[in-house]
Design a protein around this ligand. Structure first.
Ligand code: OAD
Ligand code: ZN
Length: 263
């Protein structure tokens, strides 16, 4: 018996099936496709998004918890939120959406993934070219002297964990009001502009500069395809929007591609 809770698999309607078919064909025909993911891509792995009903920012005001100024002012307070985030991430596994993207890469149909997520789930699913636009939670570094620490769990003994120099340690993520590392922004721009198809998955597309990346593809004549449970800031500029859960839609796209190439 299918369960009736919110996590139940939704049966795709005719329009969704047609859109999936169209996207599958576009991917097969593309000279180089890329993807950009946001928090929605990991919701089905049990990691809440930021701006949704149960999102992290409904419980923590980002002004107080997510800017670099808030970290410098009160690192212990910000670490309460970070510890929760890291623990949630560590308990999470890739969902069928992450796995479908990894499969597309290994089939030579996806050049890489630009992700705003800090959860490493694309790598865990097997993707090899992952551009972590907002960093990751696999290691810590000192806010004062930049020394790196591989043991992310140092926070378990004190908030904030401290560097040998006394400075507060932070995860290797990007806080609001910080610069995106130059190398990742350059490589992402290059990937986006070299691609003729950009799949934008599970992001509200409001945080810049990440939200500009799909427009690099569009500016070079490429297409934008959005996969999201609802309309976003990007919808009006997308060539195709498929509404639904990425953990269900991406495996459908993969299956449609396999049917096409095996024909
Ligand atoms: P948001 O929380 O802003 O957006 C998540 C999007 O995913 C929303 O548009 C949801 O509708 C959609 N969504 C939810 N569940 C989904 C599902 N199962 N399948 C497909 N879509 C789904 O998250 P981001 O756009 O990632 O920054 O937020 C961007 C940045 O803002 C984050 O990287 C983070 C945050 O502050 C930093 O940490 C620096
Ligand atoms: Zn230090």
């Amino acid at each position: 018996m299918p369960s009736e809770d919110g996590d139940a698999m939704t049966k795709p309607d005719k329009e969704t099936k047609e859109k999936v078919q169209k996207l599958a064909q576009w991917i097969v025909d593309s000279k180089g496709a890329a993807a950009m993911t946001g928090a929605g891509a990991s919701v089905e792995s049990g990691i809440p998004d930021f701006r949704g009903k149960n999102g992290l920012w409904s419980r923590y005001d980002p002004e107080e918890y997510a800017t670099i100024f808030s970290f410098i002012e009160d690192p212990a307070k910000v670490w309460n939120m970070l510890a929760e985030l890291i623990e949630t991430i560590e308990g999470a596994e890739p969902n069928p959406g992450h796995k479908a993207l990894a499969a597309l890469e290994s089939m030579g149909l996806l050049e890489g993934v630009i992700t705003q997520n800090v959860d490493s789930l694309h790598q865990k699913a097997g993707s090899t070219r992952v551009l972590e636009f907002h960093g990751h939670c696999r290691s810590l570094r000192c806010q004062d002297c930049n020394k790196h620490y591989d043991d992310v769990h140092l926070y378990r003994t004190e908030h904030p964990p401290r560097c040998k120099c006394g400075g507060p340690l932070r995860p290797d993520i990007v806080f609001f009001d910080e610069q995106i590392p130059g190398a990742v922004i350059r490589e992402s721009k290059e990937l986006a502009s070299d691609s003729d198809l950009m799949l934008v998955i599970g992001t509200s597309a409001v945080v810049v500069p990440a939200a500009y990346m799909p427009y690099q593809t569009k500016a070079n004549g490429g297409r934008i395809v959005e996969i999201n449970t609802e309309a976003t800031a990007l919808t009006q500029d997308a060539d195709l929007s498929i509404f639904g859960k990425s953990g269900e839609l991406l495996p459908m796209v993969l299956k449609a591609i396999k049917d096409l190439v095996e024909k």
